[in-house]
Ligand binder design. Sequence first.
Ligand SMILES: CC(C)(COP(=O)(O)OP(=O)(O)OC[C@H]1O[C@@H](n2cnc3c(N)ncnc32)[C@H](O)[C@@H]1OP(=O)(O)O)[C@@H](O)C(=O)NCCC(=O)NCCS
Length: 181
Amino acid sequence: MRHSFAIKCGDNELRPLTECHLEALRKWRNDHQLNKYIRPIGYITREMQTQWYEHYCERDDEIMLCVFRAGELKGAVSLYDICARDAEFGRLMIGGDGRGHGLGSFATWGCAKIAFSSLGLNELRACVTAANVAALRIYVRLGFLIEEMRFNEDIGFDEYVIRLPKNRFELLSGEMGFECL
Ligand SMILES: CC(C)(COP(=O)(O)OP(=O)(O)OC[C@H]1O[C@@H](n2cnc3c(N)ncnc32)[C@H](O)[C@@H]1OP(=O)(O)O)[C@@H](O)C(=O)NCCC(=O)NCCS
């Protein structure tokens, strides 16, 4: 959906996805180094990306946020299947030279903050490939609980089903602010 949710912490920012970000996001989503632990959807052409964006703008159960450092686009993150109480957290991706500088952590924290403080949700759910240690470290540190491990036939890997209750996030990290984590 078109939205105006945004959050800033020092140089790091989450801002709404707009059309001018689509090409960078498409390249990252097509990059095997970045998509090896994510659900395979085949090669995304420019036309497919534009069509996806048009549908995205019309939806009312999904928000995409872009991750910036010092004004430069570095990645994206999303909340989807948004219902009254909960939503799915995912599509976290930090591209190129952005990785390894805490942006994945910031994006997850900021997205959870928006989910609980602005959207009034009570819980986030997610799935993460068991071998994706970088993502798991971020999620567990911010308070996500591991519910179960199962085999995902689409990606051919074991994955964890995880969830983050609002009160747990706020107790552990939400109220402190990202810089204090
Ligand atoms: C997962 C991802 C978002 C992390 O982004 P990032 O900006 O590099 O993350 P951060 O710098 O905030 O932190 C990553 C943590 O994982 C650790 N890490 C990174 N690579 C690792 C690896 N191969 N093995 C173990 N730990 C690793 C880092 O040391 C850091 O932990 P620390 O803060 O305790 O040192 C990024 O690697 C990415 O886009 N991956 C591809 C897409 C993806 O898998 N998305 C998640 C889908 S669930």
